[in-house]
Design a protein around this ligand. Structure first.
Ligand code: XMP
Length: 483
């Protein structure tokens, strides 16, 4: 292609702001629209929302809260391997039919040490075991509330522990917990060694969050970010998480592909690869990487991104999704697409789905939630939460995720730092976004996401026309001038 053609034939990389969904004939009411989807080949979502792996967005609290609402959190990797594994363990321990990863204590630690463990693990009762893992008692917050801190656990624990065998059913467990008025039921093998724990709390939670996404053991589904080059991190997380998500700004790179091939052979969790932004990149992922669980798509649209400003390179999320979705369809692949970056409202989600995405990843939206790790600050009577890009100077000070961006980014920042308005709890946001998305899908006439892929048609908005599509020619509160 000549240089002139390069310019004249440049493709239109449209963004969310450039388009509208055209209304279509509908037979469903918005409240009947089904927004269930998939994050990966195997992970089903009840709402198509995923939180970004960023250290001002997703740690355990966010991942727990979002999975309970039917979405998925991706734990960030801007920390040590141990810290990321601990976040994953917390998510997996938050709920379970039978807790397998039971934290036990020995009989000779002091009450003071026990209290410290309770706080560190956020657990209020421990099975007490001898060196050979045999159960000899149980100790709970109630046993130590007024106890002398220097006493040993063996002096305060309950000795006659009610236990159950490994074949117990959930119904039987409920009956025992109720009949004995106990909160915790250790599961032991024939030799009396602890093999699991059933708690009243977990049984109650199952009824509290009917929309939650859980694995076959009743634990919340959890995903975690990795670098494709960090095999030790991937292997350590693989024991706990359902999904590993590569966290690279430009995955379509030979070294990333070689590393991902190795990774896919070494882990049992599903692997989502990205970020990518073109048909060719998706094509290469589909044809060269065996067994990927999903594609993470979009480069440079993130609200905190300066990648495109600094490098003039990028693939806006809307455009990127359409590219990847066509590749997936052309190859008849069953690989869900995650639209990542630039999503501000339910309408953007709807447009991303219309282009073939199965779910949407949001940083900015979830950073404003109570459950995000960023600091809450009050500015002139309003509340905000801290939010910064993973390529910003703030994130890079922590150093662990330095390899997300191109080599020069060690000196050039590819993200900004700032504040987003506080938006309430994850449950509030999810319900607001589900309502908006159902309304958008109702206009399109789509009963579910598959129909959204088939039926949705787009219209282009001109720069001048965009003004008409916002509130206009009206004085909004606070906009008037004083006489
Ligand atoms: P939103 O728009 O939801 O976007 O805030 C979140 C997504 O942005 C990506 N991300 C970055 N991109 N520089 C970038 O170019 C950065 O510093 C940065 N940090 C995050 C990431 O894909 C995230 O999900």
């Amino acid at each position: 292609m000549g240089f002139r053609d390069k310019l004249f034939k440049a493709v239109q990389a449209l963004t969310f702001n450039d388009v509208l969904l055209l209304p279509g004939f509908t037979t469903v009411e918005p409240s009947e629209v089904d927004v269930r989807s998939r994050a990966t080949r195997k992970v089903r979502l009840n709402v198509p929302f995923i939180s970004s792996p960023m250290d001002t967005v997703t740690e355990s609290d966010m991942a727990i809260a979002l999975a309970r609402q039917g979405g998925l959190g991706v734990l960030h990797r801007n920390c040590s391997i141990e810290a990321e594994v601990e976040m994953a363990r917390r998510v997996k321990r938050a709920e379970a039919l039978i807790i397998r990863d039971v934290v036990t204590v020995g009989p000779d630690i002091t009450v003071e040490e026990l209290l410290r463990l309770m706080e560190a693990h956020n657990i209020h009762g421990f099975p007490v075991v001898e060196d050979d893992e045999r159960l000899i008692g149980i100790v709970t917050a109630r046993d130590v509330r007024l106890a002398d801190p220097s006493l040993r656990v063996r002096d305060v624990m309950t000795r006659n522990v009610i236990t159950a065998g490994e074949d117990i059913t959930l119904e039987e467990a409920k009956r025992i917990l109720h009949r004995e008025r106990i909160e915790k039921l250790p599961i032991v093998d024939k030799e009396g060694r602890v093999r699991g724990l059933i708690t009243m709390r977990d049984i109650t939670l199952k009824g509290t969050y009917p929309n939650a996404i859980r694995d076959e053991e009743g634990r919340l589904i959890c995903a975690a970010a990795i670098s494709p080059f960090d095999l030790p991190r991937a292997k350590a997380l693989d024991k706990y998480v359902d999904v590993l998500v590569t966290d690279v700004a430009h995955f379509h790179n030979r070294n990333c592909f070689e590393a991902a091939k190795r990774l896919l052979k070494e882990v049992s969790a599903e692997v989502v690869v990205g970020n990518i932004g073109t048909y060719e990149a998706a094509e290469d992922c589909i044809t060269k990487l065996d067994g990927i669980g999903g594609l993470r798509v979009g480069i440079g649209s993130g609200s905190i991104c300066t990648t495109s400003v600094v490098t003039r390179a990028g693939s806006p999320t809307l455009f990127a999704v359409s590219q990847a979705a066509d590749a997936v369809r052309d190859y008849g692949a069953d690989i869900p697409i995650i639209a990542d970056g630039g999503i501000r409202n339910p309408g953007d989600v709807a447009v991303a789905l219309a282009m073939g995405a199965s779910s949407t990843m949001m940083g900015n939206v979830f950073a404003g939630c109570r459950e995000s790790p960023g600091r809450l600050v009050a500015l002139e009577g309003r509340y905000y939460k801290e939010y910064y890009g993973m390529g910003s100077a703030a994130a890079k000070r922590k150093r662990y995720a330095l390899d997300r961006y191109s080599q020069p980014s060690k000196t050039i920042d590819e993200g900004v730092e700032g504040w987003v308005p506080y938006r309430g709890t994850v449950a509030d946001i999810v319900s607001e976004f589900v309502g908006g998305l159902q309304a958008a899908m109702g206009y399109v006439g789509a009963e579910n996401i598959t129909q959204m892929w088939e039926k949705a048609r787009l219209a282009l908005v001109t720069e001048r026309g965009a003004d008409e599509l916002k509130p206009h020619d009206i004085l909004l509160p606070g906009s008037g001038r004083s006489p």
